[in-house]
Write a protein that binds this ligand. Structure first.
Ligand code: ADP
Ligand code: MG
Length: 311
């Protein structure tokens, strides 16, 4: 649905985008993650046919950004990172204005406006002035606006930035709903955890270069090849458990975490399943109080990939 090859944008001798190659299949929700200045907005603007690349190829639904801008605009909804709303306009007037721009006419226009308002949960604000809306509501209104013409593909540039935690959760819910509707979505953020659970693929971009392209699990594995478990046994049994675990071939190392009375068990290379651990301990009369895989801080994954510290 979206494909780019060696997409490059230069400003003077700065590579805002450096040979970006991306592919989104129908129904993909692709998290485009990178720090400020990485090239996310540049990519979106090129795909939205608002900016010409210096070189490289890009197609949306098979249409080239060079020759078929009209078709692309009809099939895609682009929500920029900042968009103006107009003073003295009510929510419905604002949406009707854009519906008219998409040539949605007559009773169909009213129906469409109601439908998108319903989708983003802003029906109760239909008569409010757009300037009176909170940031979260304004973002939802922006999303409603790009949904009016029922695009198949959505480009959402940092839709959750600047939102408070509640509005962030609402925005995530909304993205899930759009995903369930089968839309193909390219959504950017400078925060990985914000997108990890709603995207089936992520790309990590820094200084115009795509440093990673794949699923979240693979990203995690790239930064931390070893699987780590946290184990707590009964009081005074730590030393015995440690000895037992250290002797096991599938375990690389065991570290004690004194303060928490907990053992941090790192599995050997290419071993990812630690379910043998409880059994091993029980067979040797060591009861488990706690056993779980150590949670991975997605922020660490992001930092690891962008700083190049990938093992
Ligand atoms: N019109 C422009 N003129 C010069 N440099 C630009 C222009 N637009 C963007 N850039 C530069 O291109 C790089 C990528 O910017 P951008 O795509 O906006 O990043 P992001 O959206 O990831 O924060 C940045 O270094 C930015 O300063
Ligand atoms: Mg940006």
């Amino acid at each position: 649905m979206i494909e780019t090859r060696d997409l490059t944008k230069m400003y003077g001798d700065l590579y805002a985008l450096n040979r970006l190659t991306l592919k989104l299949e129908r129904g993909d929700v692709y998290g485009f993650i990178g720090p400020n200045g990485a090239g996310k907005t540049t990519t979106m603007r090129i795909l939205a046919t608002l900016l010409n690349p210096t070189w490289g190829e890009a197609t949306v639904c098979g249409y080239s950004i060079y020759n078929n801008a009209q078709e692309i605009r009809r099939l895609m909804g682009y929500m920029p990172d900042f968009f103006g709303v107009y003073d003295d306009m009510k929510v419905t007037e604002y949406l009707e204005f854009f519906a008219a721009a998409y040539r949605i006419q007559g009773p169909e226009r009213r129906r469409k406006v109601d439908q998108v308002l319903d989708l983003v949960d802003l029906g109760y604000k239909r008569d409010a002035l757009v300037t009176s809306l909170s940031r979260g509501m304004t973002q939802r209104l922006g999303l409603a606006r790009v949904l009016l013409h029922e695009p198949q593909v959505l480009l959402l540039d940092e839709p959750a930035s600047g939102l408070d935690p509640r509005a962030r959760i609402e925005m995530r819910g909304l993205l899930k709903e759009l995903r369930n509707m089968g839309k193909t979505i390219l959504v950017s953020s400078h925060i990985l955890p914000e997108l990890a659970d709603i995207c089936n693929k992520i790309g990590i971009i820094e200084r115009g270069k795509l440093e990673f392209d794949g699923d979240v699990q693979t990203a995690i594995r790239k930064v931390r090849q070893h699987t780590v478990y946290l184990v707590t046994v009964g009081e005074g049994k730590n030393a015995a458990a440690r000895e037992l675990l250290e002797a096991h071939l599938d375990i690389l190392k065991v570290e004690a975490r004194e303060e928490e009375e907990c053992l941090r068990v790192t599995l050997s290379d290419s071993v990812h399943d630690g379910s043998f651990i409880p059994e091993l301990l029980l067979q040797n009369g060591l009861r488990l109080k706690m056993f779980k895989e150590e949670e991975i801080d997605l922020e660490d994954v992001f930092m690891g990939i962008t700083k190049g510290i990938t093992n």
